[in-house]
Each structure stands twice: as structure tokens, then as C-alpha cells.
Design a protein around this ligand. Structure first.
Ligand SMILES: [Zn+2]
Length: 100
């Protein structure tokens, strides 16, 4: 599964690398990420869903069940974010050293 690069318009951005972090386009070398607004929105939603569900499972099933559950909402929401959110060029290949 690949997303279209906003810089060179090739379907070259692997969805899996966008789930947790930004991805380099292998064609043009740009650093591609989800738009900041969406990244922030999903961070808040993921945090809220993960915290709420973990507390619920912790109370009902105990610590280890919550520990096993933990990656599931993070992974599922991260996948939705990586698959459907608009992408933007975060920086070119040359100015990656600067602050973002
Ligand atoms: Zn590209």
C-alpha cells in the first residue's frame, strides 16, 4: 500500500512508515508527513482513546491485558491517519538538519 508523493506525484510513499513517523520519498528524496493539523488531531484522539480504553481494561482485566491492548488503538488510528490524511512535504532532502 503506497500513497502519492505530494512533491513528485509518484505512488511511492509506504503507508506503513507514515503510521508512526514521517517517510522519505524514494523517488525524489523529500521528507513526507501527514499535514500538521491532522497529525495533531490524531495525536489527541489516539491519546484520548488509548488512555480511556486502557483505564477501562486495567480496571476490568488487569495490568497485562491493558499492556497487550495498548498497541492496538495506536496502530489502528495510526493506520487510518497514514492511509487517509492529506500529505505534505515536510522538508526537502537538503534542509532536513533544520528544526521542524
Ligand atoms: Zn516524491
Amino acid at each position: 500500500m503506497h500513497r502519492t508523493c505530494p512533491n513528485c506525484s509518484r505512488k511511492s510513499i509506504p503507508v506503513t512508515s507514515l503510521i508512526l513517523t514521517r517517510a522519505f520519498c524514494p523517488t525524489c528524496g523529500s521528507l513526507i508527513g501527514v499535514r500538521r493539523l491532522y497529525a495533531l488531531l490524531f495525536f489527541v484522539v489516539t491519546f484520548a482513546v488509548t488512555a480511556a480504553s486502557c483505564i477501562a481494561i486495567l480496571a476490568q482485566q488487569g495490568f497485562y491485558a491493558a499492556l497487550i491492548w495498548l498497541p492496538l488503538p495506536i496502530g489502528a488510528l495510526g493506520y487510518i491517519k497514514a492511509r487517509f490524511c492529506p500529505l505534505q512535504v515536510r522538508s526537502g532532502p537538503l534542509d532536513d538538519a533544520g528544526p521542524h
